[in-house]
Design a protein around this ligand. Structure first.
Ligand code: NAP
Ligand code: ZN
Length: 349
């Protein structure tokens, strides 16, 4: 089907309107009219080819909320008119041990990205959510629970589940001390979710500048990583640290902040780490771990949890025409809120 999105044609160019064809819907597919799409820092990495894998032209966007406008004859989970959501994956093998466990993000054959992946049948590059329509197999469209404000909920599909998954894996809850490095889109969700799970929560930020925001989100305190004395005083203070920093950075200063058996879960930067010492790991049985988004079941669990607890990200709604300005702001890392594109601002002609 013919539709329109905002694409980038090279790492140096701004995103601009782009007409393209979505694949023809198959019997197990739904067609969505996209209503909202969140702006993740991964979209920026992808657009700028930070991971060296981008093929252009490309349309980013993997925090997608929309309305079903067509459902294939084999679709049983959704019907026309339903509000559904799509995150970072649109397909996986569905048969390997990981897919059967509901951890499609670790599919043995590789998860198929909402952008960055290729359609298994047509072999064409997948195009993301900064667009008017999406065609997706029914298993990868989540049910949007009633009561969640859909104009704000889109970031739950990536920022939400990417922080929810390590919080659940390492059992954040009452009595657990959780720290979150970087107060951006992922960071604010990590704070809200860890607080809702009953943990004691600290934001570790580059300076004190975001202190008010951190406290308003429910954190107990903000620790400025630039304050050496405060960092020393915080030694052995956390069971779990979630690191959302989007650029190459030294984790050495954060390791002594973990208590014995504590874990730092890297969810931000993907790529080489600067040299670091094993000393704080050995002298404290501390662990460095990583975590990739979350599975479909886990994402639905998160959406239902957020609906029950009335948890939504702090967002700033923008028109699609403002996406390049939003990217510039995101790159600076100065704000903590998530941009969400109101897709009604994208006209089809
Ligand atoms: P974001 O909104 O830009 O937030 C990142 C935060 O990190 C900033 O607000 C800032 O917080 C801090 N920061 C920024 N630049 C920094 C620097 N040079 N040094 C130290 N700290 C810095 O980004 P996001 O959307 O939350 O995404 C964060 C990262 O997670 C990105 O790299 C993204 O690709 C990745 N990601 C991974 C997954 C996964 O599955 N693992 C999923 C989604 C996104 P302070 O001002 O508080 O220091
Ligand atoms: Zn993302």
């Amino acid at each position: 089907m013919r539709t329109i999105g905002f694409a980038c044609s090279s790492a140096e160019e701004d995103l601009a309107p782009f007409h393209f064809d979505r694949r023809n819907p198959r019997s197990n597919d739904v067609v969505m009219e996209i209503l909202y799409c969140g702006v993740c820092h991964s979209d920026l990495h992808w657009a700028r080819n930070d991971w060296g894998q981008t093929c252009y032209p490309t349309i980013p966007g993997h925090e997608i909320v929309g309305r079903v406008i067509e459902a294939g004859p084999d679709v049983t989970r959704h019907k026309v008119g339903d509000i559904v959501a799509v995150g970072c994956m649109v397909d996986s093998c569905q048969t390997c041990d990981q897919c059967r466990r509901g951890e499609e993000q670790y599919c043995r054959e590789g998860m198929n990205g909402t952008y960055g992946g290729f359609d298994v049948v047509e072999k064409t590059p997948n195009m993301g959510g900064y667009s008017k329509h999406l065609v997706v197999r029914q298993e990868f469209a989540l049910k949007m629970p009633e009561g969640l404000d859909i104009s704000k909920a889109a970031p739950l599909l990536c920022a939400g589940v990417t922080t929810w998954s390590p919080l659940r894996t390492w059992q954040a809850g009452p009595g657990k001390r959780v720290a979150v490095i970087g107060l951006g889109g992922l960071g604010q969700m990590a704070v809200k979710l860890a607080v809702a799970l009953g943990a004691e929560v600290t934001v570790i930020s580059r300076s004190d500048r975001k202190k008010q925001e951190a406290l308003a989100l429910g954190a107990d305190q903000l620790l400025a990583s630039s304050n050496e004395k405060a960092m020393q005083d915080a030694a052995n203070g956390f069971d779990l640290i979630i690191d959302t920093v989007p650029v190459k950075h030294d984790i050495t200063p954060y390791l002594p902040l973990l208590d014995i058996d504590g874990t730092i879960a890297m969810v931000g930067q993907i790529g080489p780490l600067p040299e670091s010492s094993s000393l704080p790991l050995v002298y404290g049985r501390r662990r460095i771990a990583g975590s990739l988004i979350g599975g479909i079941r886990e994402t639905q669990e998160l959406l239902d949890f957020c609906a029950r607890k009335n948890i939504l990200p702090d967002t700033k709604t923008i028109a699609i025409q403002d996406i390049n300005k939003a990217f510039d702001e995101l790159e600076k890392g100065a704000s903590y809120y998530r941009f969400v594109i109101d897709m009604s601002t994208l006209k089809e002609d």
